[in-house]
Design a protein around this ligand. Structure first.
Ligand code: FES
Length: 203
């Protein structure tokens, strides 16, 4: 009686559901890393996501596209976070970070497109290490563990290199560009607050 087989009807129903709810199709585009703090940001697949509250849950927002910054050799970069005197003289209470937030660098030490290597002795043996880089769209942090066999990645000019077996990565994106490593360096959420850069990492 029907012109459609059961399989065709199922395909049509699935298509209608996706059209009606585009978030189903977009679900795979959201970072898999859990967001734990409102305001936390992460850059993933060329988009910057911010952690927001949705009802009782913390979720990544839809993200905005970002374009990796082009390296600029100029050493006269204007700091973007100059403290500005305000009329308020009341001292603010010192920020106490939660247990998974680690202060790893001062904002002033991070120049545009110049990666730095930092360690986190709070997570000891072996101390966790990160590569920080300030892009035009914010500060990002990579784990310094090579995605080939976990040796340390180091900064070499404008690239990141694991000398163990010769893997190379782009400093601004963490993408492998040569050698045996085939996966991006692991990205960690960062927060820049009051002149300090925090990395969110599992204790
Ligand atoms: S562990 Fe880094 S290239 Fe092998």
């Amino acid at each position: 009686m029907s012109h459609f087989s059961r399989r065709q009807i199922l395909q049509i129903l699935t298509g209608v559901a996706l059209l009606a709810n585009p978030f189903i199709a977009e679900a795979a585009q959201v970072p898999t890393l859990k967001c734990t703090r409102v305001g936390q940001t992460i850059i993933w697949r060329d988009k910057k996501y911010t952690c927001v509250k949705s009802g009782n849950k913390l979720v990544w927002n839809k993200g905005v596209p970002v374009t990796p910054a082009k390296p600029t050799p100029s050493a006269t970069t204007q700091p973007s976070t100059q403290p500005t005197p305000t009329t308020s003289t009341a001292p603010r209470p010192a920020y106490t970070p939660p247990p998974d937030e680690f202060a790893v660098a001062k904002s002033a030490n991070l120049k545009l497109n110049q990666p730095i290597s930092v360690s986190n002795p709070s997570l000891n043996y072996p101390a966790r290490g990160y590569i920080l880089i300030r892009r035009e769209d914010g500060v990002i942090a990579f784990s310094n563990r090579c995605t080939h066999l976990g040796r340390d990645v180091e900064i070499s000019g404008s690239q990141l290199v694991c000398f163990a077996h010769g893997s190379y990565f782009e400093a601004t994106t963490g993408k492998p560009t040569g050698g045996p490593a085939t996966r991006n360096l692991i990205l960690l959420p960062t927060i820049e607050r009051d002149g300090t850069i925090f990395v969110v990492d599992a204790p």
